[in-house]
Design a protein around this ligand. Structure first.
Ligand SMILES: Nc1ncnc2c1ncn2[C@@H]1O[C@H](COP(=O)(O)OP(=O)(O)OP(=O)(O)O)[C@@H](O)[C@H]1O
Length: 257
C-alpha cells in the first residue's frame, strides 16, 4: 500500500445503504491513495457494485460519507463527482451508439478539455482533439474500428472503448467493475495490460472489482474483502489471501481459487 502519511484521494466513512430490510453495504470505512491499485473482492451479492455505486454517486447512501481529496461529496451527484476526479468505466449506457468509435472518444477528450484546461481548449483545433482521441484508441487497440458505429461493435470492443473514454477523461480516481467480464480470451490481455500501465504510472488511485483470482494476484497492491456488505479484510495481498476469514468467506473455495 502507498504511504499512509499521504492524504487519501478517496475515503468512505461508515458508508451504508439499505434496500428495504437488506443492508447491502454496511458501514464501510476505507481510505484510498494515489499510486495504489485496490482490488475489491467478495462473493456474489457481497455489495461490491453497490459500494462502487455509492462512491461514484449513482446511489445515495442511507448513512455515512464519501470524501474526494478531503472534500465531502456525499451530497453530490455523479456529474459533480466526475468533475472532482472520479472516473468509472463500464457504464455502457454512456456510449453514443449512433456515433463512431472515434467520435465517442473525441467527445470525452473535449469534455476533459472543458474541465479546467482552459488554455488548451481555446487553442486546440478540432484536429488536435481528433489526434488525442486517436491516441486513446490506439492504447486500447481499437484504431482499426475508429469509423465504425458503436452500436455495431462486439461487447468486448465496447468495453475497450469504455476504457479509452475513461482514459480520455483523465480522472485521478479510476474505477473498474469487472473490466474483462464477457470478453473473449484474446481481448482480455489488452485491457489488463492497460490497467497495468495505469498502475505503473503510480499517480492514479485505482479501484477494481474483480472475481478472477489470477487477475487479482497480477494487479493488486491491496485487497479489500466485502462479505454481506461488511468489510471483513483489508491489507496487502499476501496477508489478506492468507487470512482465515478470507479463506473461509471466499478465496479458499475451489470455484474462485
Ligand atoms: N437496487 C437494488 N434494490 C434492492 N437490492 C439491491 C439493489 N442493488 C443491489 N441489491 C442487493 O444488494 C446486494 C449487493 O449487490 P451487489 O450487486 O452490490 O453485489 P456484488 O458484490 O457486486 O455481486 P456480484 O459479484 O454478483 O456482482 C445483493 O443482495 C443485491 O441483490
Amino acid at each position: 500500500m502507498s504511504g499512509t502519511s499521504q492524504q487519501p484521494s478517496l475515503s468512505t466513512r461508515g458508508l451504508t445503504i439499505r434496500f428495504g430490510g437488506h443492508v447491502a453495504v454496511n458501514a464501510v470505512t476505507a481510505d484510498f491513495y494515489p499510486g495504489t491499485l485496490t482490488v475489491i473482492v467478495g462473493p456474489n451479492g457481497a455489495g461490491k457494485t453497490t459500494y462502487f455505486n455509492l462512491v461514484s454517486g449513482q446511489l445515495a447512501g442511507t448513512a455515512g460519507s464519501v470524501f474526494v481529496g478531503g472534500q465531502d461529496v456525499t451530497r453530490h451527484g455523479p456529474a459533480k463527482r466526475t468533475r472532482l476526479g472520479i472516473g468509472r468505466a463500464f457504464q455502457l449506457t454512456n456510449l453514443f451508439p449512433h456515433l463512431s468509435v472515434l467520435e465517442n472518444v473525441r467527445l470525452a477528450v473535449q469534455a476533459r478539455a472543458g474541465m479546467g484546461l482552459n488554455i488548451w481548449s481555446v487553442w486546440s483545433s478540432h484536429r488536435e482533439l481528433i489526434a488525442r482521441a486517436e491516441h486513446y484508441l490506439e492504447r486500447v487497440h481499437l484504431s482499426a474500428r475508429r469509423d465504425a458505429w458503436v452500436g455495431t461493435l462486439s461487447h468486448g470492443d465496447q468495453r475497450k472503448l469504455e476504457v479509452a473514454i475513461l482514459l480520455a477523461l483523465e480522472p485521478s480516481i479510476m474505477m473498474f467493475d469487472e473490466p474483462t467480464a464477457g470478453m473473449s480470451v484474446d481481448e482480455v490481455p489488452v485491457v489488463l495490460d492497460l490497467i497495468h500501465q495505469v498502475k505503473e504510472e503510480r499517480n492514479k488511485t485505482v479501484l477494481l472489482v474483480e472475481h478472477k483470482m489470477d487477475v487479482v494476484r497480477a494487479l493488486a497492491d491491496r485487497i479489500i474483502v466485502l462479505h454481506n456488505g461488511t468489510l471483513v479484510a483489508d491489507g496487502q495481498p499476501a496477508e489478506v489471501m492468507q487470512s482465515k476469514i478470507v479463506q473461509e468467506a471466499y478465496l479458499g473455495t475451489p470455484e474462485h481459487a
